[in-house]
Design a protein around this ligand. Structure first.
Ligand code: OAD
Length: 232
């Protein structure tokens, strides 16, 4: 591993599956029984704020019933012990990476435990329910919404992520279907800049052919093995 200094790790719903959080593209193709356009678009929020807020309220509550698994813990260990640069980019809106102890972490699709004011963009940590019409503590507008990147909105911190990927020696994708851009394109960017690319997933992702190597199996097994190799 002597030629590897900079690592970027991308995680998706599959890393939290063994903690008991459902992935998005399961057999039914629904998110907890909802169509994506009913709960994860700006139009849905405008049309039916009760439904959208309730959907995320339930998912926020559900975080209290789950714990980080061996894969989150292994990445936190890598974060603590890897001497080079590391950036963990998660598409997940749960808080399991940080509860496992990861610090070098970005939530590119937002966070369940954060609230965003649609009027002034003030953010605050959030626990419990978030009724529609909640007033922003900073500007007083009743425009507080879940701090989730909806379809059609720009993912967060793209400049930081793209800079890290352009400098990466190794790009590792864990538990993501490769169905949602821009994250699905990170492997191509990493490869273009000369990184080695590795996929750890239960089955082949849509972009599997872009990776130098694919290891197939549960993240709770594959990630601790890979981290062990990196830190050996
Ligand atoms: P998906 O549900 O699309 O894909 C989950 C992937 O994890 C699949 O490829 C599964 O095979 C794999 N998987 C399932 N269980 C696993 C396990 N135990 N170990 C390893 N892999 C496993 O979820 P994402 O790719 O994260 O966006 O979805 C990307 C984005 O789509 C999400 O961030 C979300 C959604 O729209 C927003 O919320 C904005």
């Amino acid at each position: 591993m002597t030629d590897i200094h900079n690592i970027v790790v991308l995680t998706g719903a599959g890393i939290s599956a063994e903690s008991g959080i459902a992935t998005f593209r399961g057999p039914g193709g629904l998110w907890e029984g909802h169509r994506v356009e009913d709960v994860c678009t700006p139009q849905a929020l405008a049309r039916d704020p009760e439904l959208v807020h309730r959907f995320y309220d339930l998912r926020r509550v559900a975080l209290g019933q789950v714990e980080p698994n061996a894969a989150h813990q292994a990445l936190a260990r890598l974060d603590a012990e890897w001497p080079g640069d590391l950036l963990i980019v998660t598409q997940n809106v749960d808080d399991l990476h940080e509860r496992a102890g990861a610090k070098r972490l970005l939530h590119m699709h937002g966070e369940l435990k954060s609230a965003l004011c649609a009027a002034c963009e003030h953010r605050q940590t959030w626990d419990g329910d978030m009724p529609p019409g909640t007033v922003c503590a900073a500007c007083g507008t009743p425009a507080v919404r879940p701090d989730i990147v909806f379809f059609g909105e720009m993912p967060y911190a793209m400049d930081v992520i793209e800079r890290a990927i352009s400098r990466a020696d190794l790009f590792v994708s864990i538990g993501t279907s490769g169905a949602v851009y821009p994250a699905a394109g990170f492997v191509q960017t990493a490869k273009y800049h000369g990184a080695r690319t590795l996929e750890l997933n239960l089955d082949r992702s849509e972009g599997s052919g872009w990776f130098h190597e694919s290891r197939l199996g549960p993240a709770g097994t594959l990630v601790p093995e890979w981290v062990g190799q990196m830190l050996a």
